[in-house]
Design a protein around this ligand. Structure first.
Ligand code: BES
Ligand code: ZN
Length: 852
């Protein structure tokens, strides 16, 4: 009989009365048949007599199970699998008595294609296919490799030994302590015992690798490994890894506990990177930098990813969340600290500025939906667990940590962290443990403030109303959909530190009156995670400050972001936001332009095939083109770090709204590419412009460039350009190419499909294509994880009520495991788009007619 949902959710957790302390794990993978055999001895502590032991196991064949305690041993007489809960139960005739014991298990499994558990990755060298066997265990996939207590709180010591071909390298969390060579052509590698850690952090990677190495000041051996012929692309990563490790040693006040740190580039990899303790794995584009082919943007990405994963060596590995409900402690923190480290290592990058567009804005957008979720959220089943590796855990998590850090001061924040990490080393925590640490060092009511941000979803829209020396500051929840705002009945309240002038108040009620007339922008540097709505008199003063360049960059960004988003949400008219945007004509900062462009594009994407389109293009060009002409495609000596990004953004956008001169230049640069190599920093821009204005000929060229190139970063640029064509027939060719060509790695397919779907010309055909291919997609990507949610999020760009109906109908019959919330969010967005269109179509038209 099928269990009720509630029963199955409860039974997903293992019994508390038996837990592991030590695993001796021996694996023998076969890279020809792609299978493996294994045996393990798990030392356990039993706290209550029992006849049954249940642990995790998925897709494994268990041959025998023996339990030994003292001199007594017995074999399990029955082994039953529970596929729903991913567990296996061993039955013993004689009761197992409380106390210490050892479970010995012999098992076998398949080295899969699924990018999880123990899986294979394929690459070619000189036309010869080669394979790597590697692991990805987070969140709940160690159980696909060996039977285990696969919960983060079940920390244990792991002693791994692997049998490999004599010409293969094996990397695991620790260094080998003994290698036994056999004449038959294989070797047994025994690794040193790991620190006490969670199962999801274990890793082994087997294949033919080359590497470069270095050491930190403290003598930690750091190596970066790649497949054959790529180690020259590892230099930058090695440098950043050493510097990050040194930075964290000092910052956290606890030295990295292992003698080694390996960073390994894996050709097939589901996410960006994984923080396995001492053996961090990456997709190639997140680790490798090529002098000739890499853009600064990719380099920066590599640096951030490395800093992120190394931050986890403390925040996550040394101190781990008790259960996945507190996943954000891992991911939110690492997403914050990565910027801290990179800011110290590359101060001229001004990386915190980019935090505003990479995380803060993204979180504001997603968390304005009523289908968002609180940072701390109850999860049980693996599908639910995978679902919360999302923008809320990462981006909202890091944004509210930034808010707290700025509120407490840098010094108190660091002290609090050190206290927390020392106190909970090798143990598990919940969110309140962290607040406790900050309270201890700062004396401020941290838990009270922060609970309002982690235990409820959303964030406040703060309203500023000022008259006669008095200002009323009030708060209500921000709804990005006007439909949901109307329907909302719930009351929300946050504790918000708000800066104004040189002061800071804690807004902890709905309304607060202060005895001062506010006449400037509040929430300096966007410190608190809020949006602000000003009364018109303050707004016009702020607008002047922007025009006269008297406002810091991050505040300028905040103003335009809120203007556009308040319009989309119906708090102001879209024409007001457009009018406000005119204050930014002389803007020069990349991160601000990123917001302006995103606002302009969002309106264009929603109000798309409209009679206003030509005039809207005029408006967009009047904003972007003057700067594009000034910047040009060629780099200048005076360029600052992010001017390079500004160039790429502005040139692409300007061409995209039809700037003929720029399109012509791009064509010229593309045509000359063999004689005069295109600067890697503008390649993506050039390829995109070529695609947006190209036909079959250009499609074939870009496709061939994709096939011929061996650098993943360059390949990505080419195939991404294939998603940008404007001719529907060509787009269908791209869809087929991506789905059917074996050259396109499974790891990239969902991202690429999502990119085509985001191309507004291809919206309807992609949706149709996805529906038609749903069964194939489901088979490949339907095992939970992030692929489906990544793939399905552009559904929310649709603007027709009929599309909403169609999607709901489609997914009432089809499943989308791990993407259920993404679907609800997409529905909410479509509904919101429909209402926005209806309300503001005329308003925009009027404004455009008046001005253009
Ligand atoms: N722990 C994650 C990797 C991960 C993600 C495992 C999802 C299981 C499910 C890792 O630390 C991570 O967050 N990686 C990011 C990159 C980072 C720089 C934001 C990623 O892969 O996108
Ligand atoms: Zn992470």
């Amino acid at each position: 009989m099928k269990k009720s949902l509630k029963e199955s959710l409860n039974s997903v957790r293992l019994s508390k009365h038996i837990y592991p302390t030590h695993y001796k794990l021996h694996l023998h993978p076969d890279l020809l048949s792609f299978t493996f055999t294994g045996k393990e001895i798990i030392k356990v502590i039993v706290e209550k007599d029992t006849n049954q032991v249940t642990i995790h196991s998925k897709n494994l064949d268990i041959e025998t199970v023996k339990y030994k305690s003292g001199k007594k041993e017995q074999f399990a007489n029955k082994i039953t699998y529970d596929t729903e809960n991913e567990t296996v139960t061993f039955n013993f005739i004689n009761k197992i008595k409380s106390g210490k014991g050892e479970l010995s298990i012999i098992f076998s499994g398949v080295i899969s294609d699924s990018l999880r558990g123990f899986y294979k990755s394929k690459y070619t060298v000189g036309g010869v296919d080669k394979y790597i066997a590697t692991t990805q265990f987070e969140a709940t996939d160690a159980r696909r490799c060996f039977p285990c207590f696969d919960e983060p709180a079940h920390k244990a010591i792991f002693e791994v030994s692997l049998v490999t071909d004599e010409n293969h390298t094996a990397i695991s969390n620790t260094l080998p302590i003994k290698i036994e060579k056999h004449n038959a052509g294989y070797k047994i590698i025994n690794f040193a015992p790991s620190p006490k850690m969670s199962t999801y952090l274990l890793a082994f990677i087997i294949g033919e690798f080359e590497f470069i190495e270095g050491r930190t000041k403290n003598g930690v051996l750091v190596r970066v490994s790649t497949t054959e012929g790529k180690k020259h692309q590892a230099k930058f990563a090695l440098d950043v890894a050493i510097k990050s490790l040194e930075f964290f040693n000092e910052y956290f006040g606890i030295p990295y506990p292992l003698p080694n740190l390996d960073l390994v580039a894996i050709p097939d990899f589901e996410s960006g990177a994984m923080e396995n303790w001492g053996a961090v794995t990456f997709r190639e584009t997140a680790l490798l930098v090529d002098d000739e082919h890499s853009s600064i943007s990719n380099k920066q990405w590599v640096a951030l990813v490395i800093a992120h994963e190394l931050a986890h060596q403390w925040f996550g590995n040394l101190v781990t969340m008790q259960w996945w409900t507190d996943l954000w402690l891992n991911e939110g923190f690492a997403s914050y600290i990565e910027y801290l480290a990179i800011d110290k290592i590359f101060p001229h990058w001004k990386i915190w500025n980019q935090f505003m567009i990479a995380d803060y804005n993204v979180a504001l957008k997603l968390d304005g939906l009523t289908t968002s979720h609180p940072i701390e959220i109850k999860v049980n089943h693996p599908n639910e667990i995978n679902e919360i590796f999302d923008k809320i855990s990462y981006s909202k998590g890091s944004s509210i940590i930034r808010m707290l850090a700025l509120y407490l001061s840098e010094d108190k924040f660091k002290k609090g962290l050190q206290y927390y990490l020392k106190k909970h080393s090798y143990k598990n925590t919940e969110t309140f443990n962290l607040w406790e640490a900050f309270e201890k060092v700062s004396g401020k009511p941290v838990a009270q403030i922060m609970n309002s941000w982690t235990k409820q979803m959303g964030y406040p829209l703060v309203d500023i109303n000022t008259t006669n020396q008095k200002t009323i500051i009030s708060q209500e929840k921000f709804f990005s959909s006007r439909v949901c705002r109307k329907n909302n009945k719930k009351k929300y309240l946050w504790e918000v530190p708000i800066s104004y002038g040189n002061d800071i108040v804690l807004l902890n009620k709905n309304k607060l009156e202060i005895n001062i007339e506010v006449s400037n922008k509040i929430n300096h540097y966007e410190n608190s995670f809020i949006r602000v709505k000003y009364d018109p008199s303050i707004l016009s003063k702020i607008k002047n400050d922007i025009i006269n360049n008297q406002m810091p960059t991050i505040d300028r960004l905040g103003m335009i972001r809120d203007a556009f988003d308040l319009a989309e949400a119906g708090y102001i008219k879209t024409s007001e936001a457009l009018e406000f945007s005119l204050a930014y004509k002389n803007e020069t900062e990349y991160i601000v332009w990123n917001e302006i462009v995103s606002g302009i594009n969002n309106i264009s994407n929603t109000f798309l095939s409209d009679s206003n389109e030509e005039k809207y293009k005029k408006y967009a060009l009047s904003m972007i083109s003057p700067l594009a002409r000034k910047i040009g495609f060629y780099k200048k000596d005076a360029d600052r770090h992010d001017d390079v990004f500004l160039r790429s953004l502005i040139m692409t956008q300007s061409a995209s709204y039809g700037d003929k001169r720029i399109i012509k230049q791009a064509r010229q640069i593309f045509k000359n590419r063999e004689v005069d190599k295109i600067d890697a920093n503008i390649r993506s821009s050039i390829y995109t412009i070529i695609a947006k204005n190209g036909g079959t000929k250009e499609w074939n060229i870009l496709k061939q460039m994709y096939l011929d190139n061996n650098i993943q970063e360059e390949k990505d640029r080419c195939v991404r350009a294939l998603t940008q064509f404007k001719d529907e027939k060509i787009i269908i060719k791209t869809l087929d190419f991506i789905m059917e060509n074996k050259e396109v790695r499974a790891q990239d397919v969902p991202h690429l499909l999502a990119m085509i779907w985001t191309n507004k010309v291809a919206r309807d055909s992609t949706w149709k294509f996805i529906k038609n291919n749903w069964e194939i997609i489901l088979k490949k990507y339907g095992e939970g994880g992030h692929f489906l949610s990544r793939l399905l999020s552009p559904l929310g760009n649709h603007t027709k009520p009929s599309d909403l109906k169609d999607a709901k109908k489609f997914f009432s019959k089809k499943t989308a495991p791990g993407a259920e919330r993404t679907l609800l969010q997409a529905y909410e967005k479509i509904e919101s788009n429909v209402a926005w269109l209806k309300d503001d179509k005329k308003d925009i038209k009027k404004w455009l007619n008046k001005n253009y």
